[in-house]
Write a protein that binds this ligand. Structure first.
Ligand SMILES: NC(=O)N[C@H]1NC(=O)NC1=O
Length: 174
């Protein structure tokens, strides 16, 4: 998809296409649409990220809370978004054994109890062997630092989702 096509989208089409660049936060795409035209994919991405950065802490935590747990209940119930399912499957999180699932569920619960939002990690840049260790490591971090790290992961997920949507054509900028 090229930028000319993106810039010509009406509001509804844009939100349909980009509404899940940030998991279950179509409001962000709705706000970004107002800022078109975009010169290239980096410019488009910049607007998504700037919206996240400009939110008060409660809004940033709200974005994190829109994410499903890794290997959590929604994966079991089949209610993940298509993007999240693909990411979690790619990382091998759909084929955990019972002990691995339990370990992750315990760590996810501890993380949520400590920080008040779910553990977020760009699953496509990780795998089932690395996730529990990374979760245990981040569980020890100070809350303010952890909020920044988690938002950084939201951006990594968003960058990969945008690249999927735009393909190579969208990446070519002036
Ligand atoms: N909790 C969490 O990190 N969820 C996600 N990560 C990812 O790559 N896709 C998700 O839905």
């Amino acid at each position: 998809m090229d930028m000319e096509k993106v810039n010509s989208m009406d509001f509804g089409e844009f939100v349909d296409v980009f509404g899940n660049v940030v998991e279950r936060c179509p409001l962000i795409a709705a706000a970004v649409w107002s800022q078109r035209p975009f010169s290239n994919s980096e410019d488009l991405e910049k607007h998504f990220f700037a919206f996240i950065d400009a939110l008060p802490q409660s809004g940033q935590e709200g974005i994190l809370r829109c994410h499903p747990d890794l290997a959590g209940r929604e994966l079991q119930q089949g209610t993940l978004t298509a993007e999240s399912r693909r990411e979690q499957r790619g990382a091998g999180l759909m084929s955990l054994d019972a002990a691995e699932r339990l370990r992750l569920a315990e760590l996810n619960a501890q993380y949520r109890a400590r920080f008040g939002f779910p553990f977020v990690l760009a699953a496509r840049l990780s795998d089932r062997a690395a996730v529990p260790g990374e979760l245990a490591r981040r569980l020890q971090r100070p809350p303010a630092e952890e909020l920044c790290t988690a938002l950084g992961e939201v951006k990594k997920i968003g960058r990969l989702r945008l690249a999927d949507l735009l393909g190579a054509a969208g990446l070519a900028g002036p």
